[in-house]
Design a binder for this molecule. Structure first.
Ligand code: 6PG
Length: 234
């Protein structure tokens, strides 16, 4: 059983500064060790102040590759596109930000295949994965109520990305591509950043439920191969 450590902050700004410096530290360590770093960053609203702070870090950004933990299958530039939100912050710093959805794909299954191909040429395992959590306990685009994650996890060595099969969860109306649970839990550093009491309750319930949790975040925490830091602010 690995340990799960809660890091509590008085406000989101304080959390953003702390999480940004943790991520910067992991990136610098990977660059020192290997000359490059590959990280997966989640979409959503919570991490926006984190990314703003992280972009200020004195890092050799051209040695950093960033992918979204998941993305909606929409054209680049679409307000729903996670890679577009991440690229806005990190492309100007010189980082390599890679989409996991080919918006040229004929259909979203093709987008998933292209995503999987992408994973083959990334350095594996990820140096870091930053996750958010939805109020329903979803993380990345792994939603409760479907064996979706089994469908895409595939054999351990595949690990990669997968396309969410139909039927799409009611609150995920746009088809999505996501890192599989296996891809997420093999990251060398796994961080979660959430705000608000509701999400804290969901995560605490998920931890109590253990490996068979109905919450995807519970399954991730149970499968994580290394200690997990959960950053939380009101
Ligand atoms: C996405 C994210 C998703 C997000 C949660 C929490 O594509 O939206 O990857 O998993 O982390 O939905 O989102 P908020 O931080 O906006 O609450």
């Amino acid at each position: 059983e690995h340990e799960i450590e809660w890091w509590d902050y008085d406000d989101a700004e304080e959390m953003a500064a702390a999480v940004a410096s943790d991520i910067a530290f992991v990136i610098e360590s990977a660059i020192d060790a290997r000359g490059s770093a590959v990280i997966a960053l989640s979409g959503g609203k919570t991490p926006i102040p984190i990314y703003a702070k992280l972009a200020e870090a004195k890092i050799d950004w051209k040695r950093v590759t960033i992918i979204p933990t998941d993305d909606r299958i929409v054209p680049l530039g679409d307000p729903l596109s996670n890679v577009t939100m991440i690229a806005k912050t990190f492309l100007p710093k010189g980082a390599r930000v890679m989409p996991i959805v080919s918006d040229k794909a004929a259909d979203y299954k093709a987008a998933g295949r292209s995503a999987d191909a992408l994973m083959q040429d990334l350095h594996w395992p990820l140096d870091l994965c930053l996750l958010g959590v939805g109020a329903d306990g979803h993380t990345a685009s792994i939603f409760p109520g479907s064996d979706f994650d089994e469908a895409i996890a595939g054999p351990k060595e595949r690990r990669g990305l997968g396309v969410m099969p139909e039927p799409l969860p009611k609150d995920a109306p746009v088809p999505r591509v996501t890192l599989s649970r296996a891809a997420i839990v093999s990251a060398k550093a796994l961080l979660i950043a959430v705000t608000g009491a509701d999400k804290r309750k969901v995560i605490e319930a998920a931890i109590k439920q253990g490996p068979s949790s109905s919450y995807p975040i519970g399954r991730v925490l149970a499968d994580a191969e290394l200690p997990v830091d959960i950053h939380w602010s009101e």
